[in-house]
Design a protein around this ligand. Structure first.
Ligand SMILES: C[S@@+](CC[C@H](N)C(=O)[O-])C[C@H]1O[C@@H](n2cnc3c(N)ncnc32)[C@H](O)[C@@H]1O
Length: 381
């Protein structure tokens, strides 16, 4: 199969767009962080660089994002900062094509911008994923807490991100990753020994779910692999193939930092303002144009709002920080939590103590406030 020999279809374009948006959100955080002198961006299933129409594939998308509009990133890179792009691809002919596409892209960019040389170090390797990942140099980078890492894993199918790889990603410091998975295949071949070899499908209960929910079931499986004592954030985005509506793919993003997840959630909600988790109407919302459509409201938000209200009023959520994290674990942006706090306050059901504010972004820096539940709250609610 040669993924890059034909034009990318719409669902592939969406996947690539999300990769690009995700990296666009990620890069400035690490570029502007004065404690990060080294950044590594890995694209382990890099392909050849473009489709048959010359539309950019993931490696060139990453390079374009790293330049930024009007060279807003690459022209301001601190001299002490080392930024490495590592593209690897197993197929020899594709890695050769990628090398030449990257060279061409780089020289055209240098010429167009008259900048002498590229500030980024770019390497293209012909390697199988497992050998690239287990390479001692890669392992050293993965374990280094001073290096900011962005890892893109655009595998075919589902076999490459097994439990061991997933846990290595989760346990790598300062590492955000995003991987693609063919969720319908896992569901379809659930009982096959070749599937079970890579993913423990025993725990996946697809029968109780609708086909459109299969990617969420798979994301839950990966969630279950995270050690319970570890503070970690994982979110998923389902992609339905437009030419074959029964086929579901998806992305899984992981970060050990709330800011990483804030950024990813922003991308997801920008692409799906009903549920922040799919390229279709996952929770049967009334769409725009329908008589019952309500702007800025959705079934998913409604469900999360009522859970948040209950959790605050029952004392399960005692402060804003834990509330933000809870909201993000439910796949919603922290601002939804602040909306609930304002409503409860206006209804006279809670009071707040501590450093009062309504800030909902950069929650790792947010000032903490606490809830006092009013005596009459649980009768009224
Ligand atoms: C879905 S395509 C990725 C395309 C690329 N991200 C793009 O945007 O054009 C998967 C790529 O992974 C390569 N591949 C398949 N198995 C691999 C492996 N075990 N290790 C590394 N690359 C592999 C394939 O040759 C193919 O180019």
């Amino acid at each position: 199969m040669n993924f890059n020999k034909e034009p990318f279809d719409e669902s592939t374009k969406l996947k690539l767009e999300i990769f690009g948006e995700c990296f666009r959100e990620w890069l400035p955080v690490f570029l502007h962080d004065k404690y990060t002198n080294q950044i590594a961006i890995f694209d382990f299933f890099a392909g050849s660089g473009s489709d048959s129409n010359g539309v950019h594939g993931s490696p060139l998308i990453l390079l374009k994002e790293a330049k930024g509009e009007n060279r807003k990133y690459c022209s301001k890179i601190d001299k002490d900062k080392v930024i490495n792009f590592i593209f690897s691809e197993k197929a020899l002919h594709m890695s050769k094509e990628l090398r030449s596409n990257v060279e061409k892209y780089k020289s055209e960019c240098i010429n167009a911008n008259q900048c002498g040389d590229c500030v980024y170090k770019i390497s293209v390797e012909q390697k199988d994923f497992k050998s690239a990942f287990n390479d001692p140099e890669t392992q050293t980078v993965l374990k280094d807490k001073n290096i900011g890492k962005f890892i893109l894993l655009d595998q075919y199918g589902f076999s490459q991100i097994d439990k061991d790889i997933f846990l290595q990603l989760v346990n790598s410091p300062r590492t955000d990753f995003i991987f693609f998975i063919s969720s319908s295949y896992v569901k379809r071949f659930k009982e096959h020994p070749n599937t079970k070899q890579y993913i423990n499908t025993e725990s996946m209960n697809f029968d109780q779910m609708q086909p459109k929910e299969c990617h969420r079931v798979i994301a839950d499986y990966y969630r279950s692999l995270i050690p319970p004592e570890k503070e970690y954030y994982l979110h998923h985005f389902t992609i339905q193939k437009e030419t074959c509506k029964g086929n579901y793919y998806g992305l899984i993003f992981g970060s050990n930092h709330t800011f990483g997840m804030e950024k990813f959630l922003k991308v997801c909600w920008r692409n799906d303002n009903f549920s922040g988790e799919a390229n279709f109407n996952m929770y049967n919302d009334f769409e725009e144009g329908n008589l019952f459509h309500v702007k800025n409201s959705s079934n998913k938000k409604y469900k999360v709002i009522s859970e948040l209200r209950k959790s605050i009023l029952s004392g399960l959520i005692v402060d804003n920080i834990s509330g933000f994290k809870y909201t993000m674990r439910m796949g919603c942006e922290p601002k939804l939590f602040t909306q609930v706090v304002r409503e409860l306050e206006e209804e006279g059901l809670i009071k707040r103590a501590g450093t009062l504010n309504y800030s909902s972004t950069n929650i790792h820096n947010a000032k903490r406030y606490y809830f006092e539940v009013c005596n009459n709250a649980n009768d009224k609610n």
